[in-house]
Design a protein around this ligand. Structure first.
Ligand code: ADQ
Length: 489
C-alpha cells in the first residue's frame, strides 16, 4: 500500500519448473494433503517481496482421473501452485529418459549413454519427441494463466524448449531461463543429437542465466560454433535479435540457517551430537546419492587418509548423509551398492568393537537435524565431480560462525568460484590430493580457520537467494525494455 492510501499491484512472476515445490499425497477420491518442500528456490522466492510469485509445474504424481485432477488443482491453488498433469508414459520418456538419462549426465561431463545405457539411445528420437511434447504441455498451462505484464521464469534442463513454445504463442511475453546444472564445454554439447534444436529453443528467451561465468561462456561458444551465431559481450546475436546471456550465482537464505541454531530443538540436537562424538573430530558429507556428487571417490580418499595417518584412527569420524534419488534407475541402484560396499570395507578395516570411522545414512534429514550436524562439524567434504553450484557448501558455512570449521570443496563445483578463497580446493578425482587435504584441514591452526571462515561467511550472508532472484528478474525486465528501445531506434 502506498502512502496516499492507494494500493498498487506487484508484478506477477510465473515460476515454471519441472517439479512444484510441494509433495502431494492422495487421501481419497477428491482429497489431497500437501507439504511444501523448502528447497533453495522456494526460500529464494518466498523472500522476494517485490513480486507476486506463482508456481507452475508437475506435482510428481500420476493423476489419471478428472475428479482427482480437479481436487488437486484446487488444493494447490491455496499454495499459489498450478499443476501440469503428465501421464506415466510421458514421465517415463521425458523425465526418466531424456532429462535424467541423457541431459543430466551429459551436462555433468559423464557423456551420452554407452554400453547398457545404449539401449536408450535407440529410443532417443521418441524420448526427444516426448521432451518437446512435455515442454509444450507446460507452455499450454503458462499460456492459460499468463496476463499482460507478467514475467515468466523457466527453470533448468527439463524445460529448454519452453522459451520457444512461449514466444511462439506470444512474442511479447517476458521470458527468462535459468540453468541450475553446469553448461558443459561446447565440445561436449555438440555430441548431443538434438544439440541445435535445444540451443535455438533456449535462445528464444530474452534472458538466459547460469551460475557461473564459465557456464555462460560455454553456452555462448556452443551457439557460435554449432549455430554460427554471433557471440557479443551481452550474449548471442542472430539477425539483429539479441538474447542476453549472463551469470547469476545462486545463494541460500542464510538467515534461516543462522536463526535455526538459536532454537531449542536444534540446540538439543547439537548437544546430543557433541556428547556422542566427544573426543573425535567430525567430518561431514551431505549429498543426494547421485554419481555427480563423487561419494565413492570421497570414501576412497578418507580410506587413504586413514591408511596414511594411523595416529588419527579412532579420533575422527565421517558422517555421510546421502538421500536416495531416482531409485528406479539401475545406475543409481548400482551406485548405492557400490557405496555400501566401500563403507563396509573401510569400517571393517578401521573399526573397533565400539566405534566405526564412517556412519553412512541413506536418507534425508529434517531441517533441525541438518542444521545441528552442520554446526558440530569440523571438516565438511564436498567432492562433487561436477556440480552447478552446490548449496550444501553454503549451508555448512552459514552454520559455522561459532566453530569455524574447514570446507574441502571440489574445484568442479560452481561454488568453487565464490568460496574458493576460504575453502581448500581439491580435484575430487585425485584421491591422494583429497586425503592430504583432509590431513591439512584437521591440523589447521585456529587463526587460519578463522580467516578462511570469515571470507566464506561474508560471501554466504551477502549473496543470498533473495538477492539472486531479485537480480535475475529485474535484469529480465531491463533487458526487455532495452530491446524495445533498440527496435524503436
Ligand atoms: P542439487 O544437486 O540437489 O541441486 P545442492 O545445491 O547441494 O544440490 O542442493 C541440495 C539441497 O538438498 C540442499 O539444500 C541440501 O540441504 C538438501 N539435502 C541434500 N542432502 C540432504 C540430506 N541427506 N538431508 C536433508 N537435506 C539434504 C541442483 C544442482 C546444484 C545447484 C542447485 C541449485 O545440482 O549444483 O546448486 O540445484 O541451483
Amino acid at each position: 500500500e502506498r502512502l496516499d492510501g492507494r494500493t498498487f499491484s506487484r508484478q506477477r512472476l510465473l515460476v515454471v519448473a519441472n517439479r512444484l515445490p510441494v509433495s502431494a499425497i492422495r487421501r481419497g477420491e477428491d482429497s489431497w494433503s500437501l507439504e511444501i518442500s523448502a528447497g533453495g528456490l522456494v526460500s529464494a522466492l518466498l523472500g522476494v517481496k517485490e513480486f507476486e510469485a506463482r508456481w507452475i509445474g508437475w506435482a510428481g504424481v500420476n493423476v489419471p482421473d478428472e475428479i482427482g485432477q480437479k481436487a488437486l488443482t484446487k488444493a494447490l491453488a491455496e499454495k499459489r501452485c498450478i499443476p501440469v498433469f503428465l501421464d506415466e508414459d510421458i514421465v517415463h520418456q521425458y523425465y526418466n529418459g531424456y532429462c535424467n538419462n541423457i541431459l543430466w549426465p551429459l551436462f555433468h561431463y559423464l557423456g551420452l549413454p554407452q554400453e547398457d545405457r545404449l539401449a536408450t539411445t535407440r529410443s532417443f528420437q521418441s524420448q526427444f519427441a516426448a521432451y518437446i511434447k512435455a515442454n509444450q504441455m507446460f507452455a499450454d498451462v503458462v499460456n492459460k494463466h499468463y496476463k499482460d505484464g507478467d514475467v515468466v521464469w523457466c527453470h533448468d534442463y527439463h524445460l529448454m524448449f519452453l522459451p520457444k513454445c512461449l514466444k511462439e504463442y506470444n512474442s511479447d511475453m517476458k521470458v527468462g531461463w535459468f540453468l541450475h546444472t553446469p553448461f558443459p564445454s561446447s565440445e561436449i554439447h555438440r555430441t548431443l543429437p538434438s544439440r541445435s534444436d535445444l540451443l535455438r529453443a533456449v535462445l528464444a528467451a530474452d534472458l538466459v542465466g547460469f551460475h557461473t561465468y564459465d557456464y555462460a561462456r560455454h553456452f555462448v561458444s556452443a551457439c557460435t560454433r554449432i549455430l554460427g551465431f554471433e557471440g557479443t559481450p551481452e550474449g548471442v546475436e542472430d539477425q539483429g535479435r539479441l538474447t542476453r546471456v549472463a551469470a547469476f550465482p545462486i545463494g541460500i537464505d542464510s538467515e534461516r540457517f543462522i536463526r535455526a541454531l538459536e532454537i531449542h530443538p536444534v540446540q538439543v540436537h547439537i548437544k546430543e551430537l557433541q556428547e556422542t562424538f566427544a573426543g573425535r573430530k567430525v567430518m561431514l558429507g551431505v549429498d543426494r546419492l547421485d554419481m555427480i556428487k563423487g561419494i565413492p571417490q570421497k570414501l576412497l580418499a578418507f580410506e587413504k587418509f586413514l591408511e596414511e595417518n594411523s595416529d588419527w584412527r579412532g579420533k575422527v569420524v565421517l558422517l555421510q548423509i546421502a538421500v536416495p534419488t531416482r531409485t528406479d534407475v539401475p545406475e543409481y541402484q548400482r551406485l548405492t551398492s557400490q557405496v555400501h560396499e566401500i563403507v563396509g570395507r573401510i569400517n571393517g578395516r578401521f573399526g573397533t568393537l565400539t566405534a566405526v570411522p564412517i556412519h553412512h545414512l541413506d536418507r534425508s534429514l529434517d531441517f533441525p537435524a541438518l542444521c545441528a550436524l552442520y554446526a558440530v562439524t569440523d571438516v565438511a567434504l564436498v567432492t562433487s565431480l561436477r556440480d552447478g553450484m552446490n548449496l550444501v557448501s553454503y549451508e555448512f558455512v552459514a552454520c559455522q560462525d561459532l566453530k569455524k570449521g574447514v570446507l574441502i570443496l571440489s574445484e568442479f563445483a560452481g561454488a568453487a568460484q565464490s568460496l574458493g578463497a576460504g575453502a581448500i580446493l581439491v580435484n575430487p578425482w585425485n584421491i591422494t590430493e583429497v586425503a592430504n587435504a583432509i590431513a591439512r584441514a584437521l591440523n589447521m591452526s585456529p587463526e587460519e580457520r578463522e580467516k578462511r571462515h570469515r571470507h566464506n561467511f561474508t560471501h554466504v550472508t551477502t549473496h543470498t537467494a533473495q538477492e539472486w532472484a531479485e537480480t535475475f528478474v529485474s535484469e529480465l525486465n531491463d533487458t526487455v525494455v532495452e530491446a524495445q528501445l533498440r527496435i524503436k531506434q
